[in-house]
Ligand binder design. Structure first.
Ligand SMILES: [Zn+2]
Length: 368
């Protein structure tokens, strides 16, 4: 049954979805400086429309024109890009709401790679790595730097200087002022609110304050309403205290998206494994060859944590990067439905094994 997910028509649908997310993101940004515009925007929309049409043909549906595709951006994906089987991450996924890309849409677009956000992150990490290369404390310095970023999506300026100086980075390369879209007023004071999960400034829209660009933070409950100058929780996370934007700096979006969000899952796994008797965990060993090196007795596991919204684009990436030493790809428990798909889509000789975080913890607990 579920094998139909990996049939060519399911892959066409997923490609159509990712391209539509990229097109929808460009469409929403069409009036902004530096965004794809004119010919580049039309090309993106046409590519998405032709893949969406191709995926629709597998279901016996008519083609979509560019104008029709743009209309669908605000409609649930299942209604215009139906899946043969249950869609990944079920529920009603919409690409655009109130003229803005939804968190799931941005996530799909970011995952597609080649995004300018990913480039910013890679440049920062590369600059730090080349600064410390060859030093005696290279591995320790790299791990401390990486851990600081994950734990400080917002930081006091002096703390940021202290953490970035040892890896040769200026604060302005990594952090920026708290953006205007995260600021609001209580009484006469300008304030912002840090996300209780990732600590990045939450976005303010009218009376809503939320960690808008992270589907995982939203699902964890990072959603609040502004009422009478105070924050009211709309889900199970308690409201954070207001902070002054003059006293804090916030990570550039690319570093937040590609270092902090996956990093939170990596630190969580490190914490859980560290509680198991006889287990030795090293984070980001050998300057980031993979994420966690775990040893227990004579056993050893190399673990890479992957928090991608598309299992098939992750599978493509892994097939392009085979490893010589067996490596476990661990997905967050919330994405556990990706495990059987990855097992089918990734070539057996690429060298990877797959588990969700809970299963990985169980396996290591069970190993003698
Ligand atoms: Zn968050």
């Amino acid at each position: 049954m579920t094998d139909t997910l990996d049939a060519p028509d399911a892959l066409d649908r997923e490609k159509a979805l990712v391209l539509s997310a990229l097109a929808a993101t460009a469409w929403c940004a069409r009036d902004e400086d530096g965004a794809p515009n004119g010919k580049a925007l039309i090309e993106r929309l046409m590519t998405a429309a032709s893949w969406a049409s191709r995926a629709r043909r597998h279901r016996g549906l008519p083609s979509l024109s560019v104008a029709e595709l743009v209309e669908q951006f605000t409609q649930p994906v299942e209604t215009w890009l139906p899946a043969a089987d249950e869609p990944e991450g079920a529920g009603s996924l919409v690409l655009v709401e109130d003229g803005h890309p939804t968190p799931n849409c941005e996530d799909l677009a970011d995952d597609a790679g080649g995004s300018p956000l990913a480039e910013v992150e890679q440049n920062v990490i590369r600059a730090a790595m080349s600064h410390i290369r060859g030093r005696d404390d290279e591995a320790a310095a790299y791990t401390a730097f990486r851990r600081f970023l994950v734990e400080h999506a917002t930081a006091h300026h002096a703390d940021a200087v202290g953490a970035l100086l040892p890896v040769g980075l200026e604060v302005a390369r990594v952090y920026q002022r708290v953006p205007g879209t995260a600021r609001t007023r209580t009484g006469r004071q300008e304030v912002f609110y840090r996300c209780p999960r990732c600590r990045w400034p939450m976005q303010v829209r009218d009376t809503s304050v939320s960690c808008l660009r992270s589907p995982t933070c939203l699902a964890a409950g990072a959603r609040f309403a502004l009422r009478d100058d105070s924050l009211v929780p709309l889900a199970k996370l308690a409201a954070p205290d207001p902070a002054s934007p003059d006293e804090w700096v916030a990570l550039h979006p690319g570093v937040w998206r590609f270092t902090v969000l996956p990093g939170l899952e990596e630190l969580d796994l490190e914490r859980r494994l560290g509680r198991i008797e006889g287990v030795d965990v090293q984070l980001w060993p050998f300057v980031d060859a993979y994420d966690l090196d775990v040893r227990r007795g004579s056993h050893r596991w190399r673990i890479d944590v992957k928090d991608h919204s598309s299992a098939s684009s992750l599978a493509r990436h892994l097939n392009d990067k085979p490893v010589t030493e067996q490596t476990w790809i661990v997905v967050p428990h919330a994405r556990r439905e990706q495990v059987p798909r990855l097992q089918r889509l990734v070539e057996p000789d690429a060298g990877y094994l797959f588990a969700d975080a809970n299963e990985m913890v169980r396996r290591i607990k069970g190993a003698e």
